[in-house]
Design a protein around this ligand. Sequence first.
Ligand SMILES: *Cc1c(COP(=O)(O)O)cnc(C)c1O
Length: 869
Amino acid sequence: MRLCRYLCRLRDKRSCSQSRILRPHNWNRSELLFVSSIGLLGTNLESYCEAAERSPHPRCGITALVRTHEGTPSMAALPYVEVLIVGTHSAVEQKALRRRLERKRRVDNDFVIHTVFVRSFEDTLNELRVNANLQAVVIRNGFPLRSQDCRLATSHWGLEGLDAEIEAVPESERGPMLGSLIAQLRPELDRYLVTHDNVEEIAAHTGKTFKRIFFREEDCDELYPSIMRGVAQRYDTPFFFAVRDHAKLPVSNFHALPVSRGKSIRNLNWIGDFGEFYGRDLFSAETSATSGGLDSLLEPVGPLKRAQENAARAFGAKRSFFVTNGTSTTNKIVVQALASPGDVVLIDRNCHKSHHYGLALAGARVEYLDPYPLNDYSIYGGVPLRELKRTLLAYKRAGTLDRVRVLLLTNSTFDGIVYKPEHVMMECLAIAPHLTFLWDEAWFAFAYSHPTYRQRAAMKSAAKLSAMLEDSDYAARYDAFSAEVNVEAWKDDERILNTRLLADPSKARVRVYATQSTHKTLTALRQGSMIHIWDQEFNEKTEEAFNEAYMTHTSTSPSYPILTSLDVARRQVEMEGYRLVKRKLELAMRLREQLSRNPLLKKHFRVLGVDDLVPREYVESNAESCFDENAGWSNFETAWRTDEFALDPTHVTLDISATGISGDTFKHKLMDEHEIQINKTSRNTVLFIVNIGNTRSDVAHLIEVLVKIARETDDKLRDLSTIERGIHDKRVRSLTQEQPPLPNLSAFHPAFRAMNSALGTRDGDIRSAFSLSLDNANCEYLPLTEVEGAIAGGRELVSASLVTPYPPGSPILVWGQLISPAILQYLRALDVREIHGYQPERGLRVFRKKTLTRVLDAQKSSPEHGGGA
Ligand SMILES: *Cc1c(COP(=O)(O)O)cnc(C)c1O
């Protein structure tokens, strides 16, 4: 407890000048660093120390340097860098090397370097997993596979199934092998190799695995500056620095933006409070300048260009673009860039409303795909791969497969259901090798920072797929596959649906786009969003259209604070993304653990596990929950490796039906009575999303509040009269059993439907429906009570509006869609307060009969639809 007290004191006095070396002797290094990096911010230090003392770690002799500047908050403390050194160094060698690296530090350096030594392959993997402070790895070639430390045997990454392969590699080649494994697990770390062998040859065949390769330690004088430069490159935020420097210039502004430098606020009478609230710097950085060290988002050549290149590196893309109006806009940009009028786009009908607007603007024909429904909770899952293949095969049979240009899916969904994009793309490309993919990763920007998540991120999947398609082993596998699955086999749809397909490497092109709301899961200001691209045909086919689309939707006055925040979000991802995602996972697991163990909580709430949210048929791993008392988290990692759909444990859905309170009421109760903010609910569930800013205190607060609500419910139930009890039971029943099923997307009205719909394709022309709906003369309103009667009387009712309950923000009716009784029933049972596109007092906006007749008549006489002469 001595250390704890010491750190608390340090925290209390953080405004004075300090530069101290702490030498605790029974602390795990990562625990200590955890404390030194966040503990000083004043968050939850005592409880952390307590927890650490409960499970002391046997390592010792670790030194950490904690330093804060005079008068500055510790958030700006000198960044601390750990360098992992792999090799069988003797104690003397270690000491010498440590001295050479750590003593090199000069007063004007921006970072504090510290060295950590490990002696084997296994130790390295373990260190990479637990040590979130690493920034670089130096591998001295020639080291054993196994750890001397028997406790590590079960707690490492990546060696599953690799042991034999690694063992077979001579010691002299283990360094490069370890390097490429690190590149997969923690690609953000700089990697250096020190070797006694033929350095030129190794350099020639390891390619990009290492930042530099040194011949023996004799060249290590270069090592220190290389490490420093590597760290500095990732630390560099060109656009943020440019804006900050620009703010220092004494510019007189004779253009727009009087708020620039706060000049229209300061020393004036009426809006000083606004200036005070946001502070001087926000306005000193506001400028409309694009020169003087700054840059233009619409045609970047300077710091914004470099900032976006850095983002591409950090998120594994070939190209990245910043967008300042949220993923609502990024989606429209990409859809417009990829789909021309008449092109068919396959899309999850449950996707965000921005796609539907984007598709209407682009004039695409839309084929809506139905995700699997979870009717008990009114939650949609993902679209099964089988359904995707079935749809593509229908187009193939109809002879219009070449019209299908884009597949658009949400990964992960709001509720944390995550695809395996690599498999999805591989099998879809096997049927449609020209297909382009847009993955809406509004909730998944953080995924690239952690290996378990990364394998399901669009950009990583695209990179893997490209590498695979270029590999000669794959070509051989494909030959064997195509001999077996021959022309005959392709005639049998059922067989194709049941076969894991391989794409033809001579035809398939990898064309993948991801849109991310950086602001939703990383540190960026609201509306900060990015587009990441891995498209082998970008330069050839899309660049022009993409630029036009970008210009269509981008303001000529993009917000600099938002852009700088994107630049900084990227820096954070590269410097400490792994730590933050690891911590958020740990917090989520703690929350799940409490919710499923505490008897009182268990009585009233049920945290939904994998078995509730992903049907059995999509779960190869047999995982039922993210956390299991026996298996711990290993379930989670296995499930994420194998299953068609995985559940992100940081999206915690709680079934609250036993309380008799509906989701929407529960949400307002949390906010109004307990200051807990959530967004998404269904009739009987609420969703908690653990983010990288959450602390253990937040989680403790949430648990405390849930316990309080559980107690209140207990008390209330105890005092109920028989009649009241009956009412309560009925309410619970209505929340658990009487959920109206989620409606499937019915169909488009023939006026907007494709002509070959008889062949099983269902795409519709939402642009003409959208345009017609804008003219009141084409539309009328029908109250819900009349709609049912009209349908029963045989009238085809067609929606002239996008009807979207919010949250979650995905439509249940789109323009041109037939209104079915199931949709009506669902709409009636909804209890959210906002339904965009529907005003209860007016009713549903539908097309008039004569409008539909007019469209059908026009089609009959148009040659394109097979009518006319
Ligand atoms: C939130 C969200 C969007 C829109 O993103 P903004 O950044 O809020 O504009 C798009 N798609 C999905 C799946 C979302 O959840």
